[in-house]
Design a protein around this ligand. Structure first.
Ligand SMILES: *[C@@H]1O[C@H](CO)[C@@H](O)[C@H](O)[C@H]1NC(C)=O
Ligand SMILES: *[C@@H]1O[C@H](CO)[C@@H](O)[C@H](O)[C@H]1NC(C)=O
Ligand SMILES: *[C@@H]1O[C@H](CO)[C@@H](O)[C@H](O)[C@H]1NC(C)=O
Ligand SMILES: *[C@@H]1O[C@H](CO)[C@@H](O)[C@H](O)[C@H]1NC(C)=O
Ligand SMILES: *[C@@H]1O[C@H](CO)[C@@H](O)[C@H](O)[C@H]1NC(C)=O
Ligand SMILES: *[C@@H]1O[C@H](CO)[C@@H](O)[C@H](O)[C@H]1NC(C)=O
Length: 444
């Protein structure tokens, strides 16, 4: 990598990293930016660095993309993402992200599995969603200093919520992520936290305890177990003193309800399956532990990324051969709160375990029902299946988004006066109790 250094020097920029290996320590905003820029300069063919917005204090919210075609979506190549450090004081994930980037780019071409993964997946990595919080964190295990953004909002309570009206004003960091989710067809994601050792899966919130189970519960349990089992210790479920998680996994709501969480928002409003990974008992441990955390998580992080290739994917075309946007593609008896829709290329991606499924493709005027056996995915690709509907479809004419609950469209700045914000129903008491519990349990 000496030429990178030389190039930086010739541009009059002081190189901060003079070796090709990333050190095991904490990287503040300046070091993190320098590292990402150096990597992007050294690996321009397989990385793309961009900022998706700014924090309250004006720091860039960096995302580095690793992939064979890092700048654009290619039909059939699924979009994967990792987000860390949305709680600024939960610091381990931030460093895991940098080491993962380092591992991916330095093993491209030399490691056939990593090469295949990079060739067939577009991987988005956001090391810090809350850089302001990180900079103001107390480096201690339990302190909450730095958890919140600069306006003192918890970003993992700041998203629109399908089950309860979220009255918190949407913060710049949250808005940046919400806008980002609309620019890509993300399929699978995880977000990294600290303060426990567990893989937590949707739903994080619900309006009754029976509704805490999502239609994709089998897939979520599989994904959470896969991470926990591949991690050095998470599967034990009792790594931290307060933990008691069978198999190292939990349903989010069952652990404690989270209103306005990012995981549920991704899954419900963005068709992206996301789990929450709590990867360290201590929220901000000593820098000397980072190498150990990386070793513990490395295999799990790689295996989890590969899961973006399970299930089935394809395109929906109309009778004229035109790709259909906003076609509903759902599995019978597995309807999502917001129906899953094809993107502008007519693409759909459904993460499913092997088995027989009935696919239901609906466009204005007609539906197709098709029974399909979905096998294990092979060679970094889900099973592929295209649909052609028997009518012409005007893709711009779609009313399907109106099927989403109101949280997706209503501004939390303007609560509906008719219901006083949160509807009073039998579900309210558990929420009041859960609020008390949430004050005690503040990991996620
Ligand atoms: C990845 O793509 C590159 C460029 O097309 C190709 O040379 C390489 O063989 C591919 N690697 C694997 C493992 O598929
Ligand atoms: C609970 O949430 C589901 C999904 O958003 C919704 O369909 C249902 O009407 C809600 N029930 C109550 C009592 O709010
Ligand atoms: C197929 O999806 C459409 C649109 O969501 C729905 O109206 C219909 O009931 C579904 N059919 C089956 C068999 O689930
Ligand atoms: C899937 O359906 C086929 C045809 O009906 C059947 O032979 C097969 O056993 C089924 N597989 C599973 C895993 O249910
Ligand atoms: C689906 O359609 C695309 C675009 O025409 C094509 O490249 C792909 O091979 C098709 N897949 C299958 C399984 O037919
Ligand atoms: C397609 O839908 C748009 C928006 O509803 C409408 O303006 C346009 O005339 C439609 N085109 C056709 C060919 O129906």
């Amino acid at each position: 990598m000496h030429w990178v250094v030389a190039c930086c020097l010739c541009l009059g920029v002081l190189p901060i990293f003079v070796t090709s290996s990333l050190d095991f320590g904490y990287h503040n905003t300046q070091l993190l930016e320098a590292y990402l820029k150096n990597i992007n300069a050294a690996y321009p063919d397989i990385t793309y660095l961009h900022s998706i917005g700014k924090s309250v204090e004006g720091k860039d919210l960096w995302v580095i993309i690793v992939g064979r075609n890092p700048k654009t979506h290619i039909v059939g190549i699924p979009e994967f993402k990792y987000v860390a450090n949305m709680h600024g004081n939960e610091a381990v994930g931030r460093e895991l992200m940098l080491h993962l980037v380092d591992y991916l780019v330095t093993n491209y071409k030399s490691d056939p599995v990593i090469s295949d993964l990079i060739n067939k997946t577009r991987i988005h990595i956001m090391p810090s969603m809350n850089p302001d919080g990180f900079e103001s964190s107390a480096s201690t295990c339990e302190s909450l200093t730095g958890r919140y953004n600069k306006n003192n909002y918890d970003l993992n309570r700041n998203f629109p919520d399908a089950f309860q009206r979220n009255l918190a004003p949407i913060q710049p960091e949250t808005k940046a992520v919400m806008d980002w989710l609309q620019t890509e067809t993300f399929v699978l994601s995880a977000n990294f936290h600290g303060g426990a050792m567990v893989a937590s899966y949707p739903y994080d919130n619900a309006n009754s305890s029976t509704n805490r189970i999502s239609p994709d519960n089998d897939v979520f349990i599989y994904l959470a177990k896969l991470y926990a089992n591949t991690h050095a210790t998470m599967y034990k479920g009792t790594v931290c003193s307060t933990d008691s998680f069978p198999n190292g996994i939990t349903n989010g709501f069952q652990w404690y309800p989270v209103q306005g969480g990012m995981q549920d928002y991704n899954y419900i409003y963005s068709q992206c399956m996301e789990i929450t990974l709590e990867v360290s008992c201590c929220k901000y441990p000593d820098a000397s532990t980072i190498q150990g955390h990386w070793n513990d998580n490395k295999a799990a992080m790689i295996e989890y990324m590969k899961q973006v290739h399970i299930g089935i994917k394809g395109q929906v075309f109309d009778i004229t051969g035109k790709p259909v946007q906003n076609a509903i593609v759902e599995i019978v008896n597995r309807q999502h709160i917001c129906p899953y829709l094809t993107n502008q290329h007519g693409e759909y991606y459904l993460l499913l375990l092997p088995g027989n499924y009935s696919l239901n493709v609906t466009v204005p005027g007609t539906s197709i029902l098709k029974n399909i056996y979905i096998p294990q995915s092979q060679k970094f690709s889900a099973m592929q299946y295209n649909f052609t509907v028997s009518v012409p479809v005007n893709s711009t004419a779609s009313s399907v988004n109106t099927m989403c609950p109101r949280a997706s469209t209503q501004s939390p700045f303007a609560p509906d006066p008719e219901d006083g914000g949160i509807a009073l129903n039998a579900g309210l008491l558990p929420f009041l109790l859960s609020t008390v519990i949430m004050l005690l349990l503040t990991n996620q």
